[in-house]
Design a protein around this ligand. Sequence first.
Ligand code: KIV
Length: 271
Amino acid sequence: MSTEQKFKRITTKALELLKKKGIKITALTAYDFITAKLLDQAGIDVLLVGDSLGMVFQGNETTLPVTMDEMIYHTKAVTKAVNRAMVVVDMPFMSYQLIADEGFRNAGRIMKETNASAVKLEGGERIADTIKKITAAGIPVMGHIGLTPQSIHQFGSYRERGRDKAEADEVLKDAKIIEEAGAFSIVLEKIPAALAKQITEALTIPTIGIGAGVHCDGQILVTPDMLGLNVDFHPRFVRYYAQLADESNKAFTDYINDVKTLKFPSEDESY
Ligand code: KIV
């Protein structure tokens, strides 16, 4: 039996072991029951209820409007579908940035109400105290550095981070601080592959990359992106594993035509 098959449930310890053994960690986002069920059955290691749902599910321009109640609503649907994967929940914008105690209370609320296994917070040094507080209460925290979408108005664009030396040093420093604060894993978003490699080698906790090259301990993508559903979004780091927008479009137009021309429903499909 392989190391991966041995795990009945993916835990923080399992991810640690996968890194030690050099076995890549797989992660994708899920916001609903059916997608979560399909992903869990396919054998995904980590399911992130990402606040990207604010863009791909709710149609907002950024992730900033997403609320605690909305994250909890989606996570409850996801956890009901999952037997094996680790479910990680994004803490939404302004649920943890103000003071550490508020972040702690909100992380506790997510864990209490959703049956998820961990929370994810964006940021480096400035949220280290919050991570310490949350992990001290026994709640696993995944960090997220590099391009952190909740700070989009400060960055001014979605360009990659860590391109020049000063920025790269800052990202590396943040990674070490987040590990020291107690995070069990860290997402590296849109940073050069060489910097992601340096961070992955410097940390004992697993790194999960998105637009951060092949050397990370694992990879994550936004599921509607990799399924080819998010047709207006074409960043270089997304690989399309399906073209579901095209297939859906065909199914929808076929249905409309069949109804209009009385081809649906047939006698067999009637009572
Ligand atoms: O919100 C999200 O989906 C994320 C991933 C892009 C890592 O944070």
